[in-house]
Design a protein around this ligand. Structure first.
Ligand code: VGL
Ligand code: ZN
Length: 209
């Protein structure tokens, strides 16, 4: 595909804490930076997201006495995986990756900002009721297709892709510009769900400049 003026590249959570050495390092997470920089040059519309949690966030294992990272608990809105403390608002771990070079990105969406509610999705918080405003922004800019890349494939990229579809956009995931966490088969489950929802799976080379 050659990106049209109605396509947007959504760059999900390419932040220090998800890179090697970070608090919640995604295996080979830094492998997305170069392909995303190259992809970004082909899109007129680029939107970034940042995972952006207050201290003591409900998704942190440390907020649940006796629980450990990667345990699952039930919160008022449903099942929640507990993570190591990561992407705390205003800390270096929450910074965008230093190597990211997308100066024309026009919007940064910060998500997971409320203490009691996580938000893997860039569109809707985990209560599935609170929108971030991203769908409205994209519609108002005339965007009809959302192309996703970033971290992690099976959490924030996958959930954002499904919600982009639910909001009525055509959606593609650039699989080699993403990396997964793969907790108990989550990566395979995500690719199944994306296919079932009609999300296209592309390689970066399929996107012409
Ligand atoms: C993410 C786990 C917790 C992600 C964010 O960006 O995929 N994963 N918070
Ligand atoms: Zn998070």
């Amino acid at each position: 595909m050659r990106p049209a003026g109605t396509d947007a590249l959504l760059v999900v959570d390419v932040q220090a804490d998800f890179l090697p050495g970070g608090a919640l390092a995604v295996p080979d997470g830094d492998g997305v930076v170069a392909p995303i920089n190259a992809l970004g040059r082909r899109f007129a519309h680029v939107v970034l997201t940042q995972d952006w949690h207050p201290p003591g966030h409900a998704s942190f294992a440390g907020s649940h006495p006796g629980r450990r990272p990667f345990d699952t608990v039930r919160l008022p809105y449903g099942e929640q995986v507990l993570w190591p403390e990561h992407c705390v608002q205003g800390t270096p771990g929450a910074d965008l990756a230093a190597g990211l070079d997308l100066p024309h990105a026009a919007l940064v969406i910060r998500k997971g900002c409320r203490a009691g509610i996580d938000s893997y999705s860039a569109f809707r918080e985990a209560d599935r009721a609170t929108p971030t405003g991203l769908a409205g922004y994209l519609r108002e800019r005339g965007i009809t297709r959302v192309v996703l890349c970033g971290l992690a494939t099976d959490y924030c990229v996958g959930w954002s892709a499904l919600d982009a579809r639910a909001a009525g956009f055509a959606v593609a995931v650039v699989e080699d510009a993403c990396r997964g966490i793969d907790l108990d088969g989550s990566l395979a489950r995500t690719f199944d769900a994306l296919a079932a929802a009609g999300v296209e799976r592309l390689r970066a080379e399929a996107i012409a400049g």
